[in-house]
Each structure stands twice: as structure tokens, then as C-alpha cells.
Design a protein around this ligand. Structure first.
Ligand code: PRX
Length: 650
């Protein structure tokens, strides 16, 4: 949508009150409560974070809440805490011991249940496995697994002993996995032998073996057997998960850690070709994600909460693995595709477990909308009362459909905004209290100071687009880029003095609701997967056939946006379906299947500035509107546009 159209839509948007039925039981019951509490959390953010810290268990609690300021800050320095203790032991040792923590379903119908007590036993056992294999505080463990209870066990065990985990999405290629292992210097890798996706077997261990051909830091590999499927095991390096687990003690004391010690590492795309390792502090991440999960999802003891996020992306860590478990909820974990083996698979699970809170990606909601109301009517779906999403725009059409169809007209819909770097969602609704606006990302979370600013860092007026920034620290904000502190400072703290720069543009409307318009850099968002167009271009240019490449995004009804590539070929290659397929494959091999371009256009020329930079804006216009209306004066060769337009007509 054009920016002007968007502004008009925002101008005309209306507040929708949450249903009284919901409001009467939510943590916060009115918008004025929110405003009051928000204001006092800004006036004294130490008191706010202290009130959250009071709800967690500490080994030692010092008085200082925040030391320093952006970009160099610490929360509760010198205090001692353990994430896994707060997510698991705390509940296992309470009246929740036999409460179900995880209901797991495999795509093929396999099922498992873990109570908090059982989870504690398994986490402790795997922590002992890690120690036995020589992993200690500060070591990096790479985890290449799909959504399984064992993935949660492994990650919680890493946090328990003070090591650092790096989850790598189990859809990444061997090259992408290798790049992450080598950048992180991981000592150990945990994977499953296979995964199921749309009925197909994904050979995860085979991919690991390929990645490890040139990843010298990995000393040990632990393989979890998801299902019977022979895999090669390298003697001395590879170990079987079940065999190791059978041999260890089921008690392992959690290590007391400074809350600013690194706990997890997750790679994400940025403005340059190489993905960067975002470092999150373990205790800080716990503190913040606990607060986001509890108050933005309004999590309560009786909830049955289904978050469909994949453990390869940070959403699952924020709202399930750490924030969700710290809140002691019952959660549903699902391995596969939501519409496999039939379009009603998700609905079937909602009815089976009586889910009342559903967190999923806007792309998934749009897919459900496409399957239509007839499918909805085949299921009860009478327990649902809250929907939440993150990662990409939740368009008003999908919002209204959700509300009317799955939400039976009375559910709360929470379109939250966050980033891998923010480690949580600084923008969202407080369900029940804050009125909803379809398409908006809600209001600032407690003790978070957000602003929309111009290029010189001054606040812009309401209804004016500008850069979205955060003006004070918060516990889940990334503490570093792994092995590249310069890049951390340059990417996030060099644009606007004293503020964290998000890379997004946004508008604040007259009701104080925030609307995120999109990225101001070359990152695109495909089904909520964040991809750098530069990373895709680098992958294409690596291929002998490619002289130049430019990648742009095109709007898509389901996925939000899809990538399209323009390529000029080396002379000995000629445009053909085979070459197109070969180059699509190149991207899949280098990055992963989710980055596969929808289409590759082979062109002889590219629109360029006089200094030789490709003007992607013009390519975007050509693809999206079939013309170039903007200023052409910057072009090195003015005729290029007509040549491209003619080419596109053919
Ligand atoms: O552009 C914003 C978009 O997704 C980016 C962050 O992507 P990622 O790091 O993969 O997010 C992980 C989520 C924990 C943001 O810079 N984005 C996120 N939420 C929204 C959004 N765009 C529009 N609306 C949202 N609700």
C-alpha cells in the first residue's frame, strides 16, 4: 500500500473496545489504568523492573536495578539468577509440579506430554550430559532441531549450566548452518536425526554432516532420534541422545549467574550481506520476556496456550521457551505445517486441547482466512479468547476476519511489534484494557520509551511518518553483536544520539497508537522471515552465471511480501527456465528454502545512478505498477527504464 493510502487508513481507523467478558478478568481492566501505570513506570522505571524482579526467584538480589545507559547498560549487576530455575524448578517445586508444561504433537500424529516435574528431571539430565561432554559456562552450543520437547530440554539445560545456546532454524541450508557455527565458534552441536514437514522427511543430521565438513570448532554432536531413520554416526564425535540420557544422574544444580551474562545467541539479517549474531543476556531476557508474556498475553494459570512459532526464531524463545515457561503456563508445541495433512489441522488441535490463547504469524492467519469460513464451521473453536501475532504486519482484513470468524466477535486480537534485537515486544496491547485498532501495533509497554523521530532525532508530530526509536534501555535489548561490537554500535546507536535505532519507520496516531510502516533498510519480510536482499544478491553473485543481481520485494496476499530477483547473465549463459531454476536453487542452497525468489527476471541492463548503484526503487515500481513515475534524473542512462518496461511487457 502506498504511504499516502496508509496514512488515510490510519486517519480513518476507529478504536474497538474489548468485550466486557474479557475485560472483567484481565490483569488490567481499563485504558486509564494502563495510562496511569505506564506513566509511573516511565517516571520510575527502576521501581517497575523491581516489581517484575520480585515475581522471580533469585540467588542473590543487589539493590542496583539499572547501571549505565544506552548502549552500555546492565540490569541488576552483581545479582545472581538462573533462567532454567525460574522456568522449570520454580514450578516443579510448587503446587504446579504435576501441571502439564508441554503438550507436544508431531506432524505425523505422535504425541508426548511433559509436566513441570518431568521437565525438571529431563532438563537436569541433559545438563549433566552437557557437563560430561565438557561444556562449561560461556561455551556456545549450536542447536539445529525442530519443535520438539527435547529441543526445549536441550535449551533449558544449556541455560542451566551457564553456557550459551545458538538455535539455527532447521530450514537453513548446510552453508547457512556452517556460517553460523563458524561465526559463533560453537563447541558442540545438538540436532535431531530428521524432521517432518508436509509429510516429507528433512534429513537434519545429513545437513549437519555437510555443514561440519568445514566447521572445526565443533568437537561433539548429540543426535536425538525423532523417528526410526538410519543416520551415519561418526565415532568419537557423534553421540546418541537417548543413550547419554540413560547414563546420567537426574539432578543438576542450576548455576548462579549475573543477569547480564550472555545466555543466547541468534543470527538475523541486517543491512549488510552477512547475518549477525545477536547476543541476549540470559537473566535480562528472562526478566523482560516474563513481563511481556504475562501482561501482553495476559497469561494466567488456567490458560491453554498455543504458540505456533518455530524454535528457530526468537518469537518462540520470548513467548514460550523462556517467557511462557517462566509464567508457568500449559503450552502446546507442534512440529509441522499447520495445514498438514489437511487444512483443518490447527483447528483440530485447538479443539483437542481446548486452547484459549493462540499466537501465530500473520501469514498463518491469512492462510486460514483463505481456507474460509466453511472450514471454521466444522470445528467448535469455542474456547478461543485471545489471538496474538508478531513479525510482520497484520493487515486489517485478516484482523477483522479473525475477530469475526475464529474470535466469534468477542476475542482480543493483539498485533505485537518486536525484533530479534529487542528480544521482546515493546509495542502491543494490554489485552482487556487498551482498545484495539485493526492494523496498529498498539501502545508502548511499561518502562519502554518509544518515539518516532525525523532524521535529526527530533520527535515528529502525530500522523507524521518517521524513524521508530527506543530512548532508554530495557532488559531484553540485545547487548552486543557476537564478536563485532563495532557493528553493534554502528548499526543501532549511530543514527540517533542516545537512542536505539530500530530500522523501521512508523506513525503515532492521535490516540497514541503506533503503526509500523516497514523497514527503512534492505531487509524484507517474507511470511515473517526476515531476509536481507543484499544477502540474497550476494548468494546470486557467487554463481558463475551472474554478473549483477538486484532483489526487491513484491506484495503477496498470503506471505505479505515475496522476493523477486533481477539478474544480468554472464555472456555464455542464456535466459531459460533451467537457468532460472538453477539460480533459485542457488539461493535455497546458500540461505534456505524460505528465501527462494518467486521469479527471476533476466535483463541486459539495470537502472543505475551515476555512481553505479542499482536503483532498486525503480525496479520495484516496474514490477508493482508497470511504470516509473518518480524522478528519473539520477539515472546514468535514461533509456534504461524504457528498455526494462518493454522487456517486462514481453
Ligand atoms: O520490520 C519489523 C517487522 O519485523 C522486523 C523484525 O523481524 P524479526 O527480527 O524477524 O522479528 C522477530 C520478532 C520477535 C521489524 O523490524 N515487524 C515485526 N512485528 C511487526 C512488524 N512489522 C509490522 N507489524 C508488526 N506487528
Amino acid at each position: 500500500m502506498e504511504e499516502n493510502q496508509k496514512i488515510l487508513m490510519i486517519e480513518e481507523s476507529h478504536l474497538i473496545e474489548p468485550a466486557e467478558e474479557y475485560r472483567s478478568k484481565s490483569y488490567l481492566s481499563s485504558e486509564s489504568d494502563y495510562h496511569q501505570e505506564y506513566q509511573s513506570s516511565l517516571n520510575n522505571s527502576d521501581a517497575y523492573w523491581n516489581s517484575i524482579a520480585d515475581q522471580l526467584d533469585w540467588f542473590k538480589r543487589e539493590k542496583t536495578v539499572l547501571e549505565g545507559d544506552l548502549p552500555d547498560f546492565k540490569y541488576f549487576p552483581g545479582s545472581l539468577i538462573n533462567v532454567s530455575y525460574n522456568c522449570v524448578d520454580r514450578h516443579a517445586k510448587s503446587e504446579k509440579a504435576n501441571k502439564v508444561a508441554i503438550y507436544w504433537e508431531g506432524e505425523n500424529g505422535d504425541k508426548k506430554i511433559y509436566t513441570y516435574k518431568q521437565l525438571l528431571r529431563e532438563v537436569s539430565k541433559f545438563a549433566n550430559v552437557l557437563l560430561q561432554l565438557g561444556i562449561k559456562k560461556g561455551d556456545v552450543v549450536s542447536v539445529y532441531m525442530q519443535n520438539l520437547p527435547e529441543t526445549f530440554i536441550v535449551l533449558q539445560a544449556v541455560l542451566r549450566i551457564g553456557a550459551i545456546y545458538n538455535t539455527v532454524f532447521a530450514g537453513f541450508s548446510p552453508e547457512a548452518l556452517r556460517e553460523r557455527i563458524n561465526n559463533s565458534g560453537a563447541k558442540m552441536l545438538v540436532c535431531s536425526n530428521i524432521s517432518f514437514r508436509r509429510g516429507k522427511v528433512l534429513p537434519l543430521k545429513e545437513i549437519v554432516d555437510e555443514a561440519l565438513q568445514d566447521a572445526p570448532t565443533i568437537e561433539k554432536v548429540v543426535v536425538f532420534k525423532r523417528a526410526d531413520h538410519e543416520v551415519a554416526m561418526s565415532a568419537g564425535r557423534d553421540f546418541d541422545y537417548d543413550t547419554l540420557m540413560a547414563e546420567v544422574n537426574d539432578e543438576c544444580p542450576p548455576v548462579a549467574l549475573d543477569p547480564n551474562d550472555p545466555g543466547l545467541l541468534i543470527y538475523t539479517s541486517g543491512t549488510s550481506g552477512k547475518p549477525k549474531g545477536i547476543v541476549h543476556a540470559g537473566g535480562g531476557f528472562l526478566l523482560g520476556t516474563y513481563a511481556y508474556s504475562k501482561y501482553q498475553l495476559d497469561l494466567r494459570d488456567e490458560d491453554v496456550y498455543f504458540n505456533t512459532a518455530d524454535i528457530g526464531w526468537l518469537t518462540s524463545h520470548i513467548f514460550v521457551l523462556v517467557g511462557g515457561l517462566a509464567s508457568g503456563v500449559t503450552t502446546i508445541l507442534y512440529e509441522g505445517a499447520l495445514d498438514y495433512p489437511h487444512p483443518g489441522r490447527l483447528y483440530e488441535m485447538i479443539d483437542r486441547y481446548q486452547v484459549n490463547k493462540l499466537f501465530s504469524a500473520p501469514t498463518a492467519f491469512r492462510m486460514l482466512m483463505k481456507h474460509g469460513d466453511e472450514l471454521v464451521q466444522q470445528y467448535k473453536l469455542n474456547t478461543l479468547e485471545l489471538f496474538a501475532s508478531v513479525g510482520e504486519p497484520l493487515n486489517p482484513e485478516a484482523w477483522h476476519w479473525l475477530q469475526r470468524s475464529l474470535g466469534k466477535g468477542k476475542a482480543v486480537i493483539n498485533n505485537t511489534w518486536g525484533q530479534t534485537e529487542t528480544g521482546g515486544t515493546p509495542l502491543a496491547l494490554l489485552p482487556g484494557a487498551v482498545s484495539m485498532k485493526p492494523g496498529s501495533c498498539g501502545v508502548p509497554f511499561f518502562a519502554h520509551e518509544l518515539a518516532v523521530v525525523d532524521a535529526s532525532g527530533h520527535d515528529v508530530e502525530p500522523m507524521t511518518p518517521g524513524f521508530l526509536v527506543l530512548r532508554r534501555p530495557f532488559p531484553t535489548l540485545a547487548r552486543d553483536v557476537w564478536n563485532d561490537h563495532e557493528r553493534y554500535l554502528k548499526t543501532y546507536f549511530s543514527q540517533v544520539t542516545g537512542a536505539y535505532f530500530t530500522g523501521d519507520s512508523a506513525i503515532v496516531d492521535r490516540d497514541g497508537h503506533f503503526w509500523v510502516l516497514g523497514r527503512v533498510d534492505d531487509v524484507i519480510n517474507v511470511s515473517g522471515h526476515r531476509i536481507s536482499t543484499m544477502e540474497m544478491e550476494s548468494a546470486l553473485i557467487k554463481h558463475d552465471a551472474v554478473v549483477e543481481a538486484a532483489v526487491i520485494e513484491q506484495p503477496d496476499e498470503i506471505k505479505g511480501t515475496i522476493p523477486i530477483a533481477f539478474v544480468t547473465l554472464e555472456k555464455s549463459y542464456h535466459a531459460s527456465n533451467e537457468v532460472e531454476e538453477m539460480l533459485k536453487r542457488q539461493i535455497v542452497d546458500e540461505i534456505g528454502a524460505f528465501a527462494r525468489p518467486q521469479k527471476i527476471y533476466f535483463v541486459d541492463v539495470m537502472p543505475k545512478t551515476r555512481s553505479g548503484k542499482i536503483i532498486r526503487r525503480m525496479l520495484r515500481e516496474i514490477v508493482q505498477t508497470g511504470e516509473v513515475t518518480g524522478d528519473r534524473t539520477g539515472l546514468e542512462d535514461i533509456e534504461v527504464i524504457d528498455k526494462l518496461l518493454n522487456y517486462m511487457k514481453d
